[in-house]
Design a protein around this ligand. Structure first.
Ligand code: FBP
Length: 553
């Protein structure tokens, strides 16, 4: 692999630890906090986690290290979608483990949770680790989306741990993976396996956060990368003055990425899925809202603009969700064969018209033909519509185009509308981590080892006070069960970490909502530029606007 000058320079970067973790392993001790309770459904969660429920929150502080001397053999996995900084979690974990005892061993299981089941691993050494310091990506060991959740899998993992003498597993993942980490920790505790489990909060989507976890890692770098690109697009739009750009950004279940990108760039439009659901907005209402901005700007002579669309938007539109459910039903089982046997789209359309309720048919009829066909052609192995593949940026731009044509016919609009489309997702997931993510991730990993060393299990590595300088960050651990509630998943009640959606009464959304009417008509673009790794701290150590607003900064 060719090493670029930037990568070479990033190898030399020393990630900043919270003050309490600085100064050497010998000087880190535990401050016990209060016992915890789950955020809801306490009795049910306590009953499901008899061995790991209700434990104390802890923080680390400076003082004599009192942890037991024991050889540690730790296994680590990366789980789910890539997020910048994952390599540094492993580097921090490795450094703390080796600083404690050179004989300690770190296994990296390859390809996500499946690596643990298939016993596919590498053993890290300095040379291996040094090639990945402060770099983006998950290619150090790869990742995967296999879920580690059944008793049968747990038994296999127990066997793998026994074989290698593994004393602890670190799971770096999102809300689902950390939910499973808690279940695995309980399984090991119940079976006296002597294996601890620690989680680390990862996802660019930003939806693993709560009163304990201020943000998941990767969100900072990914949103800065998207904001750089959106800012560049805005500047191009404002220079050429001839295109409307529809930019879809990742984030399937929550709109934090879209909101943060908008806070950094002040586009004309940014849809927030949670608001669409709360207000039960229809496709027509959303279209009208965007078309108003296009028309109002056109009246000022500005036939250009930028609209940000969150990836998961259509799933938040109530009438669209009903339509999807009806289509899934319409094509269930053998009915799909009858549909597929029809030769022309016209015949298929008639089949659809006969099968949908009038209300859903009215929604379907509004959609551009390309999207209509996509709903029927691209389905998952269970025959269900693949909502994530719907090109919502094109859906809305085409609906806006039709809406504007109607306005033009009535003499209400005289502008030109030339839309362009972009999808920003994979571009941000493996970027070189910002200084914030490099520091945060390294701290999460380092801290995860301290939790292992002090014997904790079923805990999430927690680093907080993140909008302050790293010196003032607070490191510790929180029982994962504290973040859990019962939710209905696949027809059964399950204990899960609650997914964090955009709060409509939260400060980031409120800030946006108070300004967006102006942004929709005026040109208030902000151009954040590329992430800076070297230079003044006010340029290089910026946190996200979301974090700053949430913490009153
Ligand atoms: P995680 O929740 O696993 O962190 O992944 C989030 C995400 O980046 C979403 O924003 C996106 O919808 C999805 O992954 C894409 O997944 P894939 O890499 O499987 O295409």
């Amino acid at each position: 692999m060719k090493i670029t000058p930037l990568q070479q320079a990033r190898y030399q970067y020393s990630p900043k630890l919270p003050g309490m973790l600085r100064g050497g392993i010998a000087e880190i001790c535990v401050k016990d906090g209060a016992p915890t309770q789950s955020v809801a459904d306490q009795e049910k969660i306590a009953a499901l986690f008899p061995n790991t429920y209700g434990k104390n929150e802890i923080t680390f502080q400076k003082g004599k290290n009192t942890s037991a001397t024991k050889k540690q053999v730790v296994g680590v996995i990366l789980s789910g979608g890539q997020a910048p900084g994952g390599h540094n979690v492993i580097c921090g974990l490795y450094d703390a483990l080796k600083a404690t005892d050179q004989d300690n061993v770190l296994y990296g299981f390859k390809g996500g949770p499946s690596g643990l089941i298939e016993d596919d691993y590498v053993i890290f050494d300095d040379e291996y680790i040094n090639a990945y310091r402060n770099t983006g990506g998950f290619d150090i060991i790869g990742s995967g989306r296999t879920k580690l959740e059944t008793e049968e899998q747990f038994k296999i993992v127990e066997g793998v741990c026994k074989k290698h003498g593994i004393t602890a597993i670190v799971i770096i993942g999102g809300d689902d993976s950390n939910t499973n980490a808690a279940v695995l920790a309980e399984y090991f505790a119940a079976h006296n396996s002597g294996v601890q489990v620690i989680g680390c909060p990862k996802t660019i989507d930003g939806d693993l956060k709560n009163e304990d976890i201020e943000c998941s890692f990767g969100f900072d770098t990914a949103t800065k990368t998207y904001a750089e690109i959106v800012g560049n697009i805005e500047r191009d739009a404002n220079s050429a003055k001839k295109y409307w750009h529809f930019v879809k950004v990742m984030g399937r279940s929550a709109s934090h990425v879209a909101l943060e990108t908008a806070l950094q760039t002040q586009p004309n439009i940014c849809l927030i899925g949670e608001e669409v659901a709360e207000k039960k907005m229809s496709l027509a209402e959303i279209t009208d809202y965007i078309a108003d901005s296009v028309a109002n700007r056109a009246a000022k002579g500005w036939n250009f603009g930028v609209a940000i669309i969150p990836e998961g938007i259509v799933e938040f539109v109530p009438e669209f969700s009903v339509l999807i459910a009806e289509i899934n039903e319409l094509l269930a089982g053998a009915k799909a064969d009858a549909f597929n046997a029809l030769a022309t789209w016209k015949e298929k359309y008639a089949f659809i018209e006969a099968g949908l309720t009038p209300a859903s048919m009215a929604v379907f009829a509004q959609l551009p033909e390309g999207i209509q066909q996509q709903l029927f052609l691209e389905r998952d192995p269970h025959g269900n519509v693949q909502v994530s593949l719907i090109e919502s940026e094109k859906l809305f731009s085409e609906m806006v185009k039709k809406n504007l044509a109607d306005r033009k016919a009535k003499g209400e609009y005289k502008g030109k509308f030339s839309p362009l489309h972009h999808f920003l997702g994979y571009e941000g997931r493996c970027a070189f981590p910002s200084n914030f993510d490099a520091d945060y991730c390294y701290s999460l990993g380092y801290n995860a080892f301290m939790l292992i060393q002090y014997g904790y299990t079923g805990y999430l590595s927690k680093v907080s006070n993140l909008s302050s300088p790293a010196e003032e960050w607070v490191a510790g651990g929180m029982p994962i069960t504290k973040m859990m509630n019962m939710e209905r998943r696949h027809g059964a009640d399950k204990p899960v970490i609650r997914k964090a959606l955009v709060e409509l009464d939260g400060k980031p959304f409120t800030y946006f909502a108070e300004r967006r009417a102006t942004w929709a008509v005026e040109t208030c673009y902000v151009y954040p530029g590329a992430i800076q790794y070297f230079g003044p701290t006010e340029v290089c150590d910026l946190t996200t606007r979301t974090l700053a607003l949430e913490q009153g900064k």
